[in-house]
Design a protein around this ligand. Structure first.
Ligand SMILES: [Zn+2]
Length: 491
């Protein structure tokens, strides 16, 4: 027994000596890395399925990427070719960057999607792997962290931009179709021993999450489905409920303890009094809480006419879904000004919702510094969107132009000069009109009429997703720029 004790003691001593004199043995071997992680209270990356998981199309990952990760991924994918999604629950980094990039390429090669779930946390080398997903999504409570890297006695920013140390990362991001700006941004975002958690705005800017506009399209499709009965005023409860749910999820505030703002109006055709309901919520501004930008879009359409449902996918399920998208966006990126989100009813019957809004506003009209309106923004054969109102309010044109210059859209200005006889005058045609008549600056985004205009063929199938998404990006960036650098002095 004594002899055995001595031998074990000597083996331990030998191991300690090896680790002491050749620490790279520990760092570079899978076993050593496993031990290291354990000592640090962490764990190396492991792949698993959930208990009771019916379909094995989703695999879960937890832990630090290490020298065996490539092998593990290859094994998982070959054992189970039906995997489509890698859920990264908690992947704080990597202790083997070379392997990480190769393993990540393997993920892209198999067209796997990546997802950071509720309360998930992915950072550093984990973020690089996340970017390998073909489609990438982050839950609203999920976190994605970035930082710079450091060598033995130098940090990334010490190297000139064209140094080969940067190359492997730049090559990797190029392969992943991530703008190369992203790499330089990560070096500035936080030093190597710290982490910067990306904001939703940054995730959008750097194309980090690909799904940001999925729900824009989904919601438009839903609003324009037959179940919503064409959203005719008086028969559009489903649309109201959907809008309110989105407002609630975005955490919009209510003016009078309710998002519903019912109103009555005279129906011109029947000469009868009718009911409509605007849905209104707002976000308080950071700097100018008492100054309001009102973003409006009508959600009503023609309803059912002679047993035919007029779905109004473009007019104006497109604008309504864009409104909800922006409510969600600005609730996560607090604006300088307060922003009111108004889904107007009874536009098709004579702009009654917006007329009611300015007739009995919850906020003094002089506190409304701008109205932004969108009506029909999801299809145009010429890839052209009109910005209407800069003839009267030229102070907003530079901000919009700056954004438009970076867009692939054909951005045209017009329909707002009463003396231009070559174009219809639109200043009185949509929900911007009541604001215009009260001398409130207003800008409308809209396409020129298309063959589906006020026809039963205005369906989601005719939507051009790329055009629609680009228009929403244009409007959002324009609002953001105007909100931050509001041209007060020029008014
Ligand atoms: Zn319309």
């Amino acid at each position: 027994m004594k002899k055995a004790g001595i031998i074990i003691g000597m083996i331990i001593l030998l191991l300690v000596a090896i680790v002491f004199f050749f620490p790279e043995v520990l760092y570079s071997s899978a076993l050593g890395q496993r031990i290291l992680m354990k000592l640090e209270g962490g764990q190396v990356a492991e792949f698993h399925y959930k208990e009771n998981q019916q379909e094995k199309d989703t695999i879960y990952m937890k832990g630090v990427i290490y020298s065996n990760t490539l092998k593990d991924i290859k094994q998982a994918l070959s054992e189970n070719p039906s995997i489509t999604t890698l859920v990264m629950e908690d992947v704080p980094g990597s202790i083997d960057d070379e392997i990480n990039l190769v393993a990540s390429l393997e993920i892209r090669k198999h067209n796997i999607n990546t997802y950071i779930p509720e309360n998930g946390m992915v950072a550093s080398g984990g973020t690089d792997m996340f970017l390998a997903g073909k489609e990438r999504a982050v839950h609203s409570t999920g976190k994605l962290g970035v930082h710079s890297w450091a060598g033995m006695d130098s940090v990334a920013l010490d190297y000139p931009k064209d140094h080969k140390e940067h190359e492997k990362y730049l090559n990797y991001y190029a392969k992943m179709n991530i703008p190369l700006d992203f790499y330089w941004y990560t070096l500035e975002a936080a030093p190597a021993d710290d982490i910067h958690w990306m904001t939703s705005k940054e995730m959008e800017q750097y194309n980090v999450a690909t799904d940001l506009y999925d729900s824009l399209l989904d919601v438009q499709e839903k609003l324009a489905s037959d179940a919503f009965k064409g959203r005719g005023t008086g028969n559009n409860d489903e649309a109201q409920e959907l809008i309110k749910t989105h407002f609630e999820n975005a955490g919009l505030l209510q003016f009078d303890n309710d998002y519903d703002v019912p109103f009555t109006f005279m129906d011109e055709k029947t000469k009868k009094e009718r009911q409509g309901t605007n849905i209104v919520g707002y976000i308080k501004g950071k700097t100018y809480a008492e100054r309001y930008i009102v973003i409006g879009a009508h959600y009503d359409h023609l309803g059912i006419v002679n047993d035919t449902i007029y779905n109004g996918a473009d007019d104006n399920a497109s604008g309504t879904s864009a409104l909800l998208h922006m409510a969600n966006y600005f609730s996560k990126n607090q604006p300088e000004h307060s922003i009111v989100f108004a889904a107007f009813d009874a536009e098709e019957l004579g702009l009654h919702g917006s007329k009611d809004f300015v007739a009995k506003p919850y906020i003094p009209l002089e506190n409304i510094v701008l109205n932004i309106n969108f009506d029909m923004i999801s299809r145009n054969p010429k890839n052209e969107i009109y910005v209407v109102g800069t003839f009267q309010y030229p102070q907003f044109k530079p901000a919009i132009e700056a954004v438009a210059n970076k867009s692939s859209l054909v951005v045209s200005y017009g329909h707002d000069d009463p003396d231009d006889k070559t174009k219809d005058y639109w200043m009185h045609s949509s929900d911007n009109a009541p604001f215009f008549e009260k001398d409130i600056p207003n800008i409308t985004f809209s396409e020129e009429d298309h063959p589906g205009y006020h026809k039963a063929t205005d369906d989601t199938e005719a939507t051009n997703p790329e055009f629609y998404i680009n228009v929403v990006k244009l409007i959002k960036a324009s609002i953001e720029s105007i909100d931050q650098y509001f041209p007060y002095s020029k008014q």
